[in-house]
Design a protein around this ligand. Structure first.
Ligand SMILES: [Zn+2]
Length: 111
């Protein structure tokens, strides 16, 4: 499963930054075009944090909507999938600007 390796990476990065300090909360930013299954990330997280400084921490996920710029009319449009086209007359290709991200936005150390 793709999400398992993604989650392992996230946990490893956070654990490295935390060192020996226990982690309280991790906030991720996941784009709707990233292809990441959010419910799977949540499930894998609980598995991956066992026995690490992240054990017992809370995972928060912030969704980022897909947005793109039309190469024809230069408008900013919302997109739900990669093959989307601008509703303008040119039916031009869209350049994705938001929604592909997978970022560790914040991490909080337990006081
Ligand atoms: Zn357009």
């Amino acid at each position: 499963m793709h999400e398992l390796s993604v989650t392992r990476n996230i946990v490893a990065i956070v654990a490295e930054k935390a060192g020996t300090r226990p982690v309280e909360r991790v906030r991720l930013q996941i784009g709707r075009l990233s292809g990441i299954e959010v419910s799977a990330i949540q499930f894998c997280y609980d598995v991956c944090i066992a026995g690490t400084v992240l054990e017992g921490s809370r995972l928060e996920i912030e969704h980022v909507d897909g947005r793109a710029r039309c190469l024809g009319c230069d408008k900013d449009v919302m997109v739900e999938h990669f093959t989307a086209r601008c509703p303008c007359e040119q039916q031009a290709r869209l350049q994705i600007t938001h929604g592909e991200e997978l970022l560790i936005k914040e991490m909080e150390i337990r006081a």
